[in-house]
Design a protein around this ligand. Sequence first.
Ligand code: SF4
Ligand code: SF4
Length: 244
Amino acid sequence: MSVPPKAPIPVKPSYWQDILDAAATILKGMVVTIKNFGRVVFLRQAITITKKWGSRQIALRYRGTIGLTIDRRTGKENCIGCLACERICPDHCIHIETVDEKPGHKGKYPVVFIIDNNLCSLCGLCVEVCPTPALIHTELWQIGGYSHRDLVLDKQRLLEIGEWQQERWIRMGLGTVDQVTGRKSMQMTDEEWQAEEEKKRAAAAARAQRAATARQQAPAQARSSSEHGEKRPKEISEGETASE
Ligand code: SF4
Ligand code: SF4
């Protein structure tokens, strides 16, 4: 029994095309390198930025280390402890503990706020979902440390980072965090807070007064309706008699 000859391996039509593409790519890269080589060696033009970091304006959309902010108008923390950021974080690197109330603070108050920068991928979801201007991306990119613990930032550190960024925005003429982010702080000054509390107390007192009045009037109404109920058949029968 004779063995059939092997079919020749077909040459892919893209084979030579791939080689040409690779050569063109290398050539393109070399053109850039040679151009920059000429600028540095012959024209003495610098390619790299040698200025100290900080003298350059970084794009507002830059996603640097996350910071927590304070409302400049009231001096209070912007976070209302809604936990939306903790829930949405895909890396589970936010940890928050809140208390239900803190006098003078609107919303829940975060007593513990930790971001583990070892895990944070700077995806920005927490900043996006925050209903107040509490969380921001800063321009800080060079955050580092000698151990993993150095990158676990507590509330104090996060607030310092947020304040540093807000101060920088103000110096650059961009305004406070609510002007830059377009989100409104929910916090109030102490005077506004007192006025709101006063309003709430007055409303509660008015409600209690209305309830007490209603309770007092209820037996009198019941008495009058029962009297009315006794008279009514008589009146009807009288009316019926008259019509007859
Ligand atoms: S930037 Fe992304 S990964 Fe980092 S804390 Fe926010 S949600 Fe989590
Ligand atoms: S930082 Fe923003 S999203 Fe996170 S708990 Fe505070 S208010 Fe809510």
